[in-house]
Design a protein around this ligand. Sequence first.
Ligand SMILES: *Cc1c(COP(=O)(O)O)cnc(C)c1O
Length: 241
Amino acid sequence: MQSIRYDELDTTGVVLRLNQVRERIWQAESIAGRPKNSVQLLAVSKTHTPAKIRVAWQAGQLAFGENYVQEAIDKQALVQDLDLEWHFIGQIQSNKTQIIAERFAWVHSLCKPQHARRLNARRPVSLPPLKVCLQVNVSAEVSKGGLCPAEVLPVLETCMELPRLQVCGLMAIPKPVSDPILQRQVFRQMRELRDSLAKVDLPLTTLSMGMSDDLEAAISEGATIVRIGTAIFGTRNYDKK
Ligand SMILES: *Cc1c(COP(=O)(O)O)cnc(C)c1O
């Protein structure tokens, strides 16, 4: 793994691209007949510098997503003067659950009951319950992890018993495809799965889906959080895993 050059101050274009992404989201909301700003933008800052986070924050972006725990906490330390909302969106390792429970407001990538129990046990009492989404593998892409649709209900039931977790909804990382029709199919399956699992005491309001190349398709199928990296921060210098 290459190290990130945190001293690098190349923030060129971040605000411009952030505004372009906002426009894309508004346009997609409008086409879908959804209220303006009903979709939350999560800026995925993995591999990108704290300087870029700072610039995005100055332009009004408060929620940031990170995939790797060590990278995230190093970066958080360098922007701790900002009041940011941190979302963990990467694969969870058991030995990192304490730090995730302490340093993040959200976890999008929960798949295992034992991780749910550990996050619940380690969530500091001084913080509100940790917001979680269960990651679902709808397009059966093995490498990305996630639960098969049939496995979701039992894990949801486990999470509901855990008072330090707040179960918000479902997350997906579909296999990248360029055809918008095919993009929408997978997102529609996610929405239908969510609808089939939602109950009065478990509304599952969050659908975390849509990235730089498919946010329009995701919004048209009901995404409530889109996770955007490249379209805001530019291409990543390296891609781990
Ligand atoms: C990297 C990443 C993103 C952002 O992807 P882009 O294509 O750069 O927008 C979103 N979600 C997850 C889980 C990621 O790992």
